[in-house]
Structure formats: C-alpha cells, structure tokens
Design a protein around this ligand. Structure first.
Ligand code: SF4
Length: 508
C-alpha cells in the first residue's frame, strides 16, 4: 500500500494505491500510473487507510465486496461474485452502431450467422447515423443506405434515419451524435450493459451503467447472440470534492485527470467518479467526464446513479432499471483525490489529450479558429456555457468560430432556450451578435475529420481550440493541424481574443 499527496497545477491531488489480491498476486507488481506532469510537484507521504482483506469466496448470503462495475458485470453474467481479471460471458442490454461501423458489423453478422439470420433482439439494437452525414461523398452516403436496408430487413425498432440530407429538420427521426442521442432517447439506464461500435460509448457510464466501445467483429457476434466475452476490469476511483468554481466545467476535470494519469494510466481499467463535486454535476457534465475515460485508456467510466440521474430519465424511458453501487469495502486498484476548488481552466496541447497545461500558460498561442461541437462539447449545456462567455464580453470573435450542435434536440435548444443571466437571449442570438458561424446541421461534423466537404473540416494546417476529445495528428482533417482541447468556456474566450485564453478574463 502506498499513498501520496501531490500538489500540481495549483490543485491538491491525493493518490492512494491499494492492494488488489484478486487481480494480482503480488502487491509489488502494481505499477503506479505513469504521470506526465509539466509542473513541479511536492510529494508528501501520508498513511494509507487500513484495507480489510478480501474474502476468498462467497458462502451463502456472505459476499465479497464489489465495485459498481464488478456488480453490473456479475448481474449480467448471472454470477454471484466477480473479481477483476475474470473472463465472463455477459448479456448485453443495448448494442449501438453507426454509419461508420454498422455496415462492417452487419457484414460479419451475415457471414457468421448466415444471409437470412435474424438479430438476437430487434428492440435492443440502436442504429444512429451521425458521423459522415452532410457530405456528397458517395461512399459515406452509401453507408447510411446500408444501415437503412439492414434496419428494414431486420425490423429494427430504434433507427434514427435521415433521408433528406438537404434539410435535417424535415427528418424527424434523425438525431445526430450517437452518444448524446442515446442519452436523450432514454437508451442509457443505470445497472445495464451498453455496447457500441465507437470508442466514446463510455459516455453512457454517466448513467451508472457499464458502457464500452467494441469492434465490428464483436458487434457482429453480439448482433447474433446478445452476448459478449468480457474480462472484468479493476477499478480506479476518482474522488472529487470541493465547490466547483464557476469558470470550470467537467471538461477541465477530465483534462486534469488525464494529465495526471496519462493516456495509458487507466488502460483496461474502470474509472469510477465520486465525491461531492461529481454529485453536483448535471447529467450532461457527467457525460463529458465519462466521455473521455477512453483517452486515458479506460475500459469504462462510471458515475453512481442518484436523484439527478433518475430525474433526467423520468420522461425518457419507462423501462425499469436497477442501479448498483460500489460496496463500502470494495477494492479499488488506486484512489485519486482532487480538491476541485483549487483547479484552474485547462487545455490539452497538441498532440495528446494528456498534454495538460493551464489555459493561462498558453496565452501566447495564436489560434486560427475555434470549434464547439462533438459528443464531448456539443451538448446543450456546452453551448449555454459558450454563450455566457460571449455575452459577458460584449465583444465579437476574432477568429472563425464553428458551432456544431451534437443532435437535433441540441440544435433546437440553441435556438429556443434563454441563456441564464443573459436577458432572455438565446444562444443563437448571442452567437450571431458575437459574429460566430451559424450553428450547423447536427452530426459529428469535423470532430473526426470526415470527407473533404465536411463543414468546418480543417483543410489547412491551422491552430484550433476545440471542445472535442482528441487532438492527435490528422484529427479534424489535417495531419499538421494543431488542436488545443478545451472546455466551452475556454474555447469561447479564445475565440474572442484569437489566442488561447483563460475564460476568467471574461467571466470575472
Ligand atoms: S463527435 Fe467525434 S468523438 Fe464523438 S462520436 Fe462523433 S467523431 Fe467520435
């Protein structure tokens, strides 16, 4: 056991490693997640709390304590008990796929199960065209046609189709970015197992469920059987306490964590987020937190369901669900503690999500554009946050500022919801006054890059501040582009100055 208190980036961070005998037979084999800190830090040793030994087996009603993730997987595999490292066949509650991976997954399903095979459950498959939608690229358009043909053939209940690419508004079924649509349409439910052919499927962990991305081969198998073989991951626990300063958003919290543990710090591990700050977050902010666990290599992220979760789901699903919670004595591989009140606005500099820096440290970085959108930063609250900064400044943007609502509902919110504290103005009014581009049709937009005619794609080697989740070379379209990942507050502030900018310049 070991524990340390670390001060970095003006925040207090405590990491505690605990033994996890079921996962590793030798405590000395635990590797401390590699950190990549750019600032000096002070390490003070403190005593780790005593851990109770793990019981060797389950007898009668006496069970070994489990984490949320272990409990969800135990229930889904009809096992009374599970430990990290075990391989189990898990029943899947929801399988999601989209226009990029759907056609390949369907092809594998047909090859392995037969041309006339039927999917395991037409009501548990959710198909969401979202990636390459508003483009003249024939192959991209054909992928959406393949989704449609498969859904017709299999009588899939949840297919969020788009037929008229010229005007998304005449397609009432069309939603937009899959991870945001899954939540808005009530497919994310506590205690369940949700898989998707997209690495950011982990977003749904915000609802207290096990959610992770899978490949096309696994998806083809799930389509035929409703099952998947999974190795139970050990869990890292992130305890975030303290009052969230009003210039921070969940994006800052997850950039802080990834900067701390690195892009491989949670490889094949569950990341559980708890603490008073997490409890105070809205569902959309919890989604931002879980969205980026895969950027640390995490298998899944999870937030315990509470009254905020239940309220969000009230009018979205009538499917009964049963949340689970980590036992008090559950064993975590490591525990990290953050005093959120001491955090500052952050960015991840090119070309890695763990290349953390304070926004104010990058104030000399001149930028060419700002992009607000994606499953990470294109939700309603992300646009409300950006609008708040524009309104507070009363200024116009200095660089092209692209806005891509994640879904059709977000787009409508941008045009109809009054921004709190802004005299009844909507986001769209504030964006127009600030000189931003008109909000685009909802989709993944240029987050991944997309065909060359994709709106806001970076077709030149520019410097961009973006609310998206990845800043690898080639992301957003150009391999020499420079992407600074940031919160919507920081992105909006940067648009107003033409440099990477700490939002406190306008919010205080
Ligand atoms: S918005 Fe970006 S990160 Fe999210 S699903 Fe689409 S392409 Fe992937």
């Amino acid at each position: 056991m070991a524990s340390s208190t670390i001060s970095s980036n003006s925040t207090t961070f405590i990491k505690k490693d605990v033994g996890l005998s079921a996962f590793s037979s030798s405590p000395s084999s635990f590797s401390v997640p590699k950190t990549k800190r750019r600032n000096s830090r002070k390490i003070v040793s403190v005593m780790a709390p005593q851990q109770s030994p793990r019981s060797p087996s389950t007898t009668g009603s006496v069970k070994t304590a489990m984490t949320m993730t272990e409990k969800i997987l135990a229930r889904a595999s009809q096992k009374p008990q599970l430990s990290p490292g075990e391989n189990v066949w898990v029943d899947v509650d929801i399988l999601m796929t989209h226009d990029v991976c759907g056609p390949g997954s369907f092809g594998i399903f047909k090859k392995e199960f037969g041309q006339n095979a039927k999917v395991w459950d037409r009501e548990k498959i959710v198909i969401i065209p979202d990636h390459y939608i508003f483009t003249n690229d024939e192959r991209a358009n054909r992928n959406v046609d393949i989704l449609r043909d498969f859904c017709t053939e299999q009588n899939i209940k949840y297919f969020y189709d788009i037929k008229d690419l010229g005007n998304f508004k005449v397609n009432p079924d069309y939603k937009g970015v899959c991870h945001v649509a899954l939540a808005q349409e009530g497919h994310c439910r506590p205690g369940e197992v949700l898989l998707g052919t997209d690495s950011h499927t982990c977003t749904a962990g915000a609802f207290g469920q096990f959610a992770t991305g899978i490949g096309n081969t696994d998806a083809g198998f799930v389509l035929g059987t409703g099952k998947i073989l999974l190795k139970v991951p050990p869990t890292l626990r992130f305890v975030m306490d303290g009052e969230m300063p009003d210039y921070l958003l969940a994006k800052d919290l997850i950039l802080q964590i990834i900067g701390e543990i690195s892009v491989s710090g949670a490889t094949y591990k569950s990341m559980e987020f708890v603490g008073s700050t997490v409890e105070s977050l809205t569902m959309e902010e919890r989604m931002t937190l879980c969205n980026m666990v895969v950027e640390a290599g995490g298998k899944n992220g999870v937030v315990p369901a509470d009254s905020t979760t239940h309220k969000y789901l009230e009018d979205k699903t009538d499917v009964p669900y049963e949340p689970v919670y980590s036992d008090e004595q559950a064993r975590f591989l490591s525990e990290y503690r953050f005093d959120v009140s001491k955090l500052e606005p952050l960015v991840a500099k090119p070309h890695s999500p763990d290349n953390r820096a304070l926004a104010r440290e990058c104030k000399d970085v001149k930028i060419d554009r700002v992009y607000i959108g994606s499953c990470t930063g294109g939700k309603t609250e992300d646009f409300l946050a950006a609008a708040k900064v524009f309104h507070a400044s009363g200024k116009k943007v200095k660089v092209p500022t692209f806005l891509v609502p994640a879904t059709q509902k977000v787009w409508m919110d941008v045009y109809s919801l009054p921004v709190p504290g802004c005299g009844g103005k909507t986001c769209s009014q504030i964006f127009e006054e600030a000189g931003c581009d008109t909000p685009a049709s909802p989709s993944c937009g240029a987050c991944l890059g997309g065909p060359r005619d994709t709106y806001a794609r970076m077709n030149e080697p520019q410097v961009c501040v973006s609310t998206t989740n990845r800043n690898f070379p080639g992301r957003m379209g150009h391999k020499e582009g420079q992407i600074y990942l940031a919160s919507p507050y920081t992105a909006a502030a940067s648009a107003l100055t033409g440099f990477v900018t700490d939002p406190r310049e306008f919010l205080q």
